[in-house]
Design a protein around this ligand. Structure first.
Ligand code: ZN
Length: 149
């Protein structure tokens, strides 16, 4: 139960690499915090995958035809990098509509993978959570997703 499940490249691997390149995907990780005894405490991690892409001069909208394929690509990449099989951590994969857009810069869409303890207990990350995040990171690097600040 505690052994790491190895990532096996899927037949869609090369396509994912292509999507990563096309949408200039980067990733970053942050601690996930929760209130415990009146204090904010780390309980897990979030891994955010960010995609950037050229966009017409109108603001990105949830149903925008230019943004839809980017959202799909993020979902594919996020689903592919999450460790497969029976795991000791709990995952949630969410593609956020939140677009950073100031009109000058290319917009960014992001997918957020949340890694918490199975059972969702609020306790500090342990080796198993860290191993899961490490595996996600390795899978991202394998697909060519670049680490960002
Ligand atoms: Zn759009």
């Amino acid at each position: 139960m505690t052994e790491a499940v190895q990532f096996t490249p899927t037949p869609s691997g090369p396509d994912l690499v292509d999507l990563v390149r096309r949408y200039r995907m980067t990733w970053r990780t942050q601690p996930e915090l929760a209130m415990h005894d009146g204090q904010l405490m780390p309980i897990g991690f979030t891994v955010q995958i960010i995609a950037r892409y050229a966009h017409p001069a109108h603001p990105p909208l949830p149903d925008c035809p230019e943004c839809a394929p980017v959202r799909r690509a993020l979902r594919l990449v996020a689903d592919a990098v999450v460790p497969k099989g029976e795991h000791v951590a709990w995952y949630n994969v969410q593609v956020l509509e939140a677009v950073q857009y100031d009109g000058a810069r290319d917009p960014a869409l992001s997918a957020t993978i949340t890694v918490l303890h199975k059972g969702r207990e609020n306790r500090p990350p342990d080796d198993l959570e860290i191993a899961c995040v490490t595996e996600i990171r390795e899978n991202l690097q394998e697909l060519g997703v670049v680490e960002s600040d």
